[in-house]
Design a protein around this ligand. Structure first.
Ligand SMILES: Nc1ncnc2c1ncn2[C@@H]1O[C@H](COP(=O)(O)OP(=O)(O)OP(=O)(O)O)[C@@H](O)[C@H]1O
Ligand SMILES: [Mg+2]
Length: 427
């Protein structure tokens, strides 16, 4: 998949996800509103029914007491509203009606005059203001005509109740949304990561083919020369070509071994053969072997082996490889005649080996990637510097397998210093 397709997919999916989130929020809002309306409706039925019952009670009493004077629905001037709407009966009717409508929430009610908000029932209520402003009310004009009275109910927990009713659904939809967003981000990150790895692998294969091609071509040329009949008369040339074949073959062998070694590391089943080793001895040997390469480029290797305790338990072959890899990098990434400093020092529980060069340096942004498999810093003119991007990957794994760690200090165009810490542990 190319970069453009990935970008389009990420864009479209992100837009769709935002769309889903907005739609979901819209539906949730609608559902809350619907619940709210249902609740209002239930309260309104309960209030109407309360008034009807009060009205029925009133009719009965009027009938018994004032049959000749009072028509149903009207009021006697001698009457008082509290005698018409008895607080005790109102209380029990409201309670029954709310129970009938399955309204189990805490409520506060009051009866007040519409014109001046004067309470005749519930005057001591703390929620008087809320009752006056409440949207749950019903007129009592059919019970008491002289003034217009209102029965208002206020539910202190109304908002919480409605959200509480929807909480399950809200929670489930938020959870599903989070899962979708998380999975999407995870898949996208993996996709980008996979793409990077595949690019690095392609680089590696190209690199490897290139690296193998040169010795193969040289060997083929040298063997062609050896096959010429005239060569028998020139033994010095025979030796020269045989040496070339031998050296190039060795180079090929080392490269193949390097790649195979990484395959073993990847499987994770490599075993360290630890013995007591002297780091200074290994350094001396590795530097001796490497010095020739550096001197060819008019460079030098400076040693400051200051650690007083240089013996520790380690796998000597791997430690040699580590030093070789570090020297190889210091040399490869120094465009001028290399000046490499190898030093050791002791800290409380181990040894620090540092390898410093005055080469091209590594910019901060790339520093965190250099231990990754196949990673090579991309610079415009680095084609002449060969490598698989495996050296530091190998170094880090082996150092950590010894219980140690690796740190890097680098400044672009000034140089790089790698510090490797080996602890004094036996296992
Ligand atoms: N001393 C250094 N100075 C500047 N850049 C470095 C140095 N050491 C490593 N690097 C950068 O880190 C990258 C990874 O290094 P690493 O040793 O893993 O691979 P390599 O040298 O490219 O190939 P290999 O070691 O497998 O032959 C290098 O390609 C280089 O860009
Ligand atoms: Mg290297």
């Amino acid at each position: 998949m190319n970069k453009k397709t990935i970008a389009i997919i990420i864009f479209l999916t992100s837009i769709s996800l935002i769309g889903i989130v907005i739609t979901q929020l819209f539906w949730v809002r609608n559902a809350i509103k619907m619940k709210e309306r249902q609740f209002y409706h239930r309260v309104s039925i309960a209030l109407k029914s309360t008034v009807e019952q009060l009205s029925d009670i009133r009719k009965d009493t009027s009938h018994n007491n004032f049959t000749s004077v009072c028509k149903p629905g009207c009021s006697m001037i001698t009457e008082n509203i509290v005698s018409v709407i008895k607080p005790a009966s109102l209380d029990s009717i409201i309670k029954d009606e709310f129970a009938n409508m399955n309204i189990q929430m805490k409520y506060e009610y009051g009866v007040f005059r519409k014109s001046d908000s004067n309470f005749i029932i519930g005057a001591n209520n703390n929620f008087k203001n809320e009752i006056i402003k409440s949207e749950h009310f019903t007129s009592l004009s059919c019970l008491w005509k002289p003034d217009s009275y209102v029965l208002g109910v206020y539910f202190p927990d109304e908002k919480n109740f409605l959200i509480g009713e929807m909480f399950g659904w809200l929670f489930i939809s938020a959870l599903f949304l989070l899962i979708v967003i998380f999975s999407f981000s995870y898949i996208m990150l993996s996709l980008v990561k996979q793409k990077k790895i595949s690019e690095m692998k392609t680089d590696f294969v190209n690199n490897m083919t290139h690296e193998f091609k040169t010795p193969i071509a040289t060997i083929s040329l040298a063997s062609e020369m050896l096959l010429k009949p005239s060569i028998n008369e020139l033994p010095s040339k025979t030796e020269k070509y045989a040496n070339i074949i031998y050296d190039e073959n060795n180079r090929l062998k080392n490269q193949v071994e390097q790649v195979l070694q990484i395959a073993v590391l990847d499987k994770g089943n490599f075993k360290l053969k630890k013995t007591e080793v002297n780091l200074h001895e290994i350094i001396e040997l590795a530097v001796d072997n490497f010095e020739m390469i550096v001197k060819q480029r008019c460079g030098k290797i400076i040693k400051h082996l200051d650690a007083s305790m240089a013996t520790f338990f380690a796998d000597p072959i791997h430690i040699t490889n580590i030093i070789h890899n570090m020297l190889d990098n210091a040399n490869k990434y120094s465009p001028e005649p290399p000046e490499i400093t190898v030093s050791t020092k002791n800290i409380e529980k181990g040894i620090i080996l540092s390898i410093e060069d005055r080469g091209i340096g590594i910019i901060r942004e790339n520093q965190k990637h250099i231990y990754k498999k196949f990673y090579r810093v991309h610079t415009g003119n680095i084609h002449d510097v060969k490598g698989f991007g495996l050296g530091l990957y190998y170094v880090k794994i082996i150092v950590e397998a010894h219980g140690g760690s690796i740190k890097l200090h680098s400044e672009i165009k000034k140089g790089t210093r790698f510090e490797i810490y080996f602890p004094f542990i036996k296992n």
